[in-house]
Design a protein. Structure first.
Length: 435
């Protein structure tokens, strides 16, 4: 069979790991990058198919470190298939799934089920994160070696914090022996109590019990110190507070191997979104005050926080229509993540596009202990093209995800993915997923 050739012309190539941000043409052959060529040199050639990407930025496909796909067990809220379509729509060619599906990813069989399904669908890689403890109960360790063998790329009890410090210390030691990171949902439940939103002026105005910033900062501090003691690799999930950012600065100053991710909603929105008891903005950790938003956004810009991830948490509209106290936490984030981050940090705050892309490409690879994706001959043809000037209004009805739950509905954002290529195949073009 003749090779399948695609010529991508006219784009500005962005390779954050290599520090390249310049116009080049790029040729794909089957599922690999065949070569990089001087700008204009592949234009109008007879060989293969040409895609004109003039005005676009072409980068390695994005990786999302933090995704909840609900399957197995919660298929009424999201299936692996719909989640992968949402990933392709959002420019992601790899997503890391959290283990708190209804059937917990604490056994190799669950990981194999997820990986087999993803391989058959062929829309993006799923890199499963396995549970630290059985049933996320925080007591009995999973068989981490067997889970790694079955494809686990990291360990987390996300959705639940690891409350027992001794278990966390031992988890770091065990994961270190396997060369993998521990990812912790940092929330001190004794401090959170029955909190429903960020503790501050807005929670007092609404009369809702608050969740203090300290309830996040205390376990972050503990985790930093345990990482220092054990030499294990600790990654802080969905960091949302000014205190958390300050603790990360301390860890960096001490050379401790701790990384952290921020979520697009935490760098864009504040607890003001909760006015009117808007359940679409109910998320864990909660949207916080402006001083926290600025600190987290600043941490992403400076590189203190090396990752942006979605915490994609799809829910049915019926679930979100419940009264505020009963409505589930979560935002359907895969399809808006890049645009929210681009509009917030690149358009409004002058962050360099290459730095922003590094948070979606280089940072996640470092957490997973992998070489970051690159634009070079022989590399996998996993790519995203971004139109940095395209303005679009968020319309959740058009999401591929089953979760239409988003606080961004109706917001016009600038900077959208317009093409996703996975293993040499176009899986999204101009917002339309090709299944
Ligand atoms: Zn979490």
């Amino acid at each position: 069979m003749p090779a399948n050739i695609i010529r991508l012309t006219g784009a500005l190539l962005a390779d954050p790991a290599a520090g390249i941000f310049a116009p080049f043409d790029l040729q794909l052959e089957d599922d690999r990058i065949e070569g990089i060529y001087p700008a204009g040199s592949l234009k109008g050639k007879a060989q293969g198919q040409e895609m004109d990407l003039s005005g676009c930025i072409l980068a390695p496909g994005l990786t999302d470190l933090h995704v909840h796909l609900r399957e197995p067990g919660g298929e009424e809220n999201e299936t692996i298939h719909c989640g992968l379509k949402a990933a392709a729509a959002g420019g992601f060619t790899a997503i890391c799934t959290m283990p708190n599906s209804l059937r917990t990813a604490d056994h190799p069989d669950v990981l194999r089920y997820i990986k087999d399904k993803a391989a058959a669908l062929n829309l993006a890689d799923i890199l499963p994160i396995a549970a630290i403890t059985k049933g996320l109960a925080g007591q009995e360790f999973t068989d981490m070696a067997a889970l790694k063998e079955a494809g686990a790329v990291a360990f987390s009890d996300d959705g639940m914090p690891v409350t027992h410090s001794g278990i966390m210390e031992e988890a770091l030691i065990r994961a270190k022996a396997l060369g993998l990171a521990i990812i912790d949902h940092c929330e001190d439940l004794a401090l959170k109590k029955d909190g429903l939103m960020h503790e501050g002026a807005i929670s007092r105005q609404l009369g809702l019990p608050g969740i203090s910033a300290v309830s996040e900062a205390v376990p972050i501090a503990r985790n930093i110190l345990l990482a220092q003691k054990t030499g294990g690799r600790m990654h802080i999930a969905h960091l949302s507070t000014r205190e958390g950012v300050a603790l990360m600065a301390f860890a960096r100053s001490q050379g401790i191997t701790v990384t952290a991710e921020a979520m697009p909603h935490h760098i864009r929105l504040t607890d003001r979104e909760l006015l009117g008891f808007n359940t679409m903005a109910k998320v864990s950790p909660p949207l916080r005050g402006e001083e926290h938003r600025q600190a987290v956004a600043g941490g992403v810009k400076s590189g203190l926080l090396t990752c942006l991830a979605t915490d994609h948490a799809p829910w049915s509209l019926a679930a979100k229509a419940k009264p505020f106290a009963q409505a589930p936490n979560g935002i359907s984030g895969l399809e808006t993540a890049l645009a929210v981050a681009w509009d917030t940090l690149v358009v409004k705050e002058d962050m360099a596009p290459l730095d922003l892309l590094a948070r979606f490409i280089v940072g996640p690879a470092q957490v997973l202990g992998r070489k970051p994706a690159a634009l070079a001959a022989g590399e996998p043809a996993n790519l995203v093209a971004i139109d940095p000037l395209l303005k679009k209004t968020v319309e959740p009805d058009h999401f591929y995800s089953m979760g239409k739950n988003t606080p961004f509905a109706g917001m016009t954002l600038q900077g959208w993915p317009v093409l996703t290529i996975y293993r040499g195949r176009v899986v999204m073009e101009k917002g339309r997923v090709i299944d």
